[in-house]
Design a protein around this ligand. Structure first.
Ligand code: ADP
Ligand code: MG
Ligand code: MG
Ligand code: MG
Ligand code: MG
Ligand code: MG
Length: 689
């Protein structure tokens, strides 16, 4: 996120009046940049990651851990430190000849939660393989610098959510009473959100537009002693301060669900995002489409979110909770009431999996597109008239069905075509699992694609591994011209599947059988391939249903051969008739690719440790953070087998995570240095070589 403009934010009734103006100016700005940038060529293959942190308070003798709400002070301290390269934070570099880092100091950004922080590298990473080895030390450097600008008892940790956010009692430092005018939450105070006017306005206007509070209901995990049916014991049915207090009396909190009622429960989650710059528009559109079907797979593989509001959930990932936490659809748009005031029924929240493919690739069959896509025909017409092609016009005409939520009065004076603020207003509040980012107004950088589904991982080793893996997969896609297309509806289904507990091991996902289409000349995957890549007879016009099948993540990531060898006793259902056909697997493809290019031995070995983590995560040899946290809770002496994650467990979990961070910072990737933390780590990491 860029610098946050200051101004007078309109309340919802006023903002609604201006929505049309913002959309129409946004489209003009989009066309301006489109016409300026559509022919851009030869932009460099750059990429960058974003790591989000929770800031917690922890000290050895304190029985409580809390969320620190000092985000503004911490950012201030970071901003006023000119050097940002404290001696104590010299990055621990990997073995062997060290890449010369040309990185400026990292950049720190605010986030929705006042207990959050985001850090990006000082400048995007380049195409050199050696640079991939700088990512992990740089992530460690960021964490160290962040810690250096905090109080001694504050720590940046990379859990996706704070286990007791919204639990009764005290969970923030400082404490604020719940139920303020903006969020009207009975569980979290308004002060939980970043105080910049944009954030409380975003939350308030989503609530207002929707006509009631958001409803974030997560199925509770049913343990041996969980009373059943289970009623969320933290819900208060007797509040009468705001009209929205009626929500729970009107059925907002069903049995067997953990009930949450504010944007902070979703947007207060941390994720790992990767942005790629394409060489031109065509390549950007290709990357957007081809990475899209990988979204749910990577979500399941990075699962890290098993606890909400002090209870174990029956899901492992954050995605749907964020989706519900910012769902601003009205009862009419949701289909609960006949359409009278609103323009259409909208099947998805503005935070949801992608609804469009955008490439003009001939391999994109119309059957893959979403038959339920809602677009604003009027906006599409303007884009077509402005020279944009049908497919991309459809994409933006879909994003522009949404209202702008936060509008600053000062921005409505005149249209400035040297800016993209109105376009970005709509674009950046469409939170889909991929984002197609046009160049900024000054056209200084290229067309970019952002991969957004991954959950943040506890260690920087893991965060680097997943970042590097996605970079390598992207290179493989481009250099082998791979085809991952499946119908968007199947990607949606996969996204739901990814939520299941341990989906990585117990579920199957729709995935394309043949990544090498015969309808298009595919380049050779390189000579010295370690794994032969099967070729398949062309089936260019067969039924679409024949192009994909259900696969385990082990098969998708490691290939069928490896999967057969590693899942003999796993819980994945027995393969059906046609389901034991060969699939090469993404890691073998990455390895073929690495074989086909020039990578020095040291770099290749380091990359292998990252690939090993992904491989073992997919096969179940290593655990997801979600599984690890469940295990931690289950064996904790204070756990009563009743799904409740109390203060002591939370405190000890955060302590373990802080210690893992310290032990990782001590370098050498845990070898022998982590003492009693070793048993905690060994299920999570491949770092014990
Ligand atoms: P947002 O929050 O809107 O996704 P950020 O500015 O926080 O965007 O970060 C996006 C990421 O993109 C960062 O890692 C940054 O280093 C990276 N990045 C910046 N410029 C480019 C570029 N030209 N190509 C690829 N990545 C870039
Ligand atoms: Mg960002
Ligand atoms: Mg952002
Ligand atoms: Mg962010
Ligand atoms: Mg976020
Ligand atoms: Mg981002």
């Amino acid at each position: 996120m860029g610098l946050l403009a200051l101004g007078t934010a309109l309340d919802w009734p006023d903002a609604k009046q201006q929505a049309h103006l913002v959309r129409s100016w946004g489209i003009k700005q989009l066309l301006e940049i489109w016409n300026k940038a559509k022919g851009k060529e030869r932009d460099a293959m750059l990429w960058g990651d974003e790591v989000e942190y929770l800031v917690v308070t922890y000290s050895k003798d304190d029985p409580k851990v809390l969320l620190s709400l000092r985000q503004a002070d911490i950012l201030q301290a970071l901003a006023s430190d000119k050097s940002l390269s404290k001696e104590g934070c010299a990055p621990p570099l990997p073995d062997g000849p060290h890449p010369q880092s040309s990185q400026p100091p990292p950049v720190f950004h605010p986030e929705f939660g006042r207990f959050m922080l985001e850090a990006t590298p000082g400048k995007p990473w380049g195409i050199e393989f050696k640079e991939l080895l700088e990512v992990e030390p740089n992530m460690k450097l960021r964490r160290c610098i962040a810690k250096d600008h905090m109080l001694p008892n504050e720590y940046p940790i990379t859990l996706t959510t704070f286990p007791r956010l919204g639990s009764p009692g005290v969970f923030t430092d400082p404490f604020y009473p719940v139920s303020g005018p903006k969020l009207r939450s009975q569980f979290v105070p308004d002060e939980i959100a970043n105080p910049h006017i944009r954030f409380p306005t975003l939350a308030a206007n989503i609530r207002s537009r929707r006509g009631r509070k958001v409803q974030v209901n997560v199925p509770v995990f049913r343990d041996e002693k969980t009373p059943w049916p289970w009623r969320d014991p933290t819900v208060n049915y007797d509040l009468h301060q705001w009209p929205e207090d009626d929500d729970v009396r009107n059925g907002a909190a069903p049995d067997n669900f953990i009930h949450m009622d504010a944007m902070a429960f979703g947007m207060g989650s941390c994720c790992l995002q990767i942005t790629f710059q394409a060489k031109n528009l065509t390549e950007g559109r290709q990357m957007y489409d081809q990475l899209s079907p990988l979204g749910p797979i990577m979500l399941a593989l990075t699962a890290a979110t098993p606890v909400y509001k002090g209870f174990l959930a029956d899901t492992d990932v954050r995605w749907n909770q964020i989706s519900k936490a910012v769902d601003d659809r009205t009862a009419e748009e949701l289909g609960e009431k006949p359409l009278v005031n609103d323009r259409w029924r909208i099947p998805k929240s503005r935070y949801a999996s992608n609804s469009t493919y955008i490439s003009e690739d001939p391999r994109l069959r119309p059957e893959y597109l979403d038959p339920d896509l809602v677009i604003d025909e009027n906006i599409k017409r303007q884009l077509l008239d402005g020279g944009m092609d049908d497919r991309l016009a459809t994409h933006f005409a879909h994003l522009f069905i949404r209202d702008p939520i936060v509008i600053f009065n000062e921005d409505l004076k005149e249209l400035d075509l040297n800016k993209t603020d109105h376009f970005e207003n709509i674009q950046s509040t469409n939170w889909q699992h991929m984002r197609f980012k046009p160049p900024p107004a000054d056209n200084s950088i290229g067309w970019r694609v952002e991969f957004r589904p991954m959950e943040i991982q506890i260690t920087d080793f893991e965060n680097a591994a997943f970042s590097v893996f996605m970079v390598l997969v992207t290179r493989v896609i481009l250099s082998f011209d791979l085809n991952f297309y499946i119908p968007i509806k199947k990607v949606d289904e996969n996204m739901e599947t990814a939520h299941a507990r341990d989906a990585v091991l117990t579920r199957k996902f729709y995935f394309r059988r043949n990544l090498f289409p015969a309808t298009r000349k595919s380049r050779s995957p390189g000579s010295g391939t370690s794994t032969p890549i099967p070729s398949r007879p062309p089936t260019p016009t067969g039924p679409v249903e024949d192009e994909y099948r259900l696969m385990s993540i082990n098969e998708i990531i490691n290939g069928t051969a490896y999967a057969r060898a590693t899942t003999s006793s796993s819980s994945v259902p027995e393969p059906e008739e046609d389901e034991d056909e060969d699939f090469p697997g993404l890691i073998p493809l990455v390895e073929s690719y690495l074989d086909s290019v020039n990578v020095d031995v040291v770099t290749r070995c380091e990359l292998a440790t990252y690939l090993d983590l992904i491989r073992k995560r997919a096969s179940g040899e290593l655990w997801t953070a979600a599984r690890w946290i469940r295990h931690f809770v289950a064996r904790h002496p204070a756990y009563q087998r009743d799904s409740t994650v109390g203060e002591r467990i939370t405190r000890d979990l955060v302590e373990a995570v802080v210690k893992i961070g310290q032990c990782e910072a001590s370098g050498e990737r845990f070898r022998g240095l982590c003492g009693e933390e070793v048993p905690l780590l060994e299920k999570l990491l491949a770092g014990f070589r």
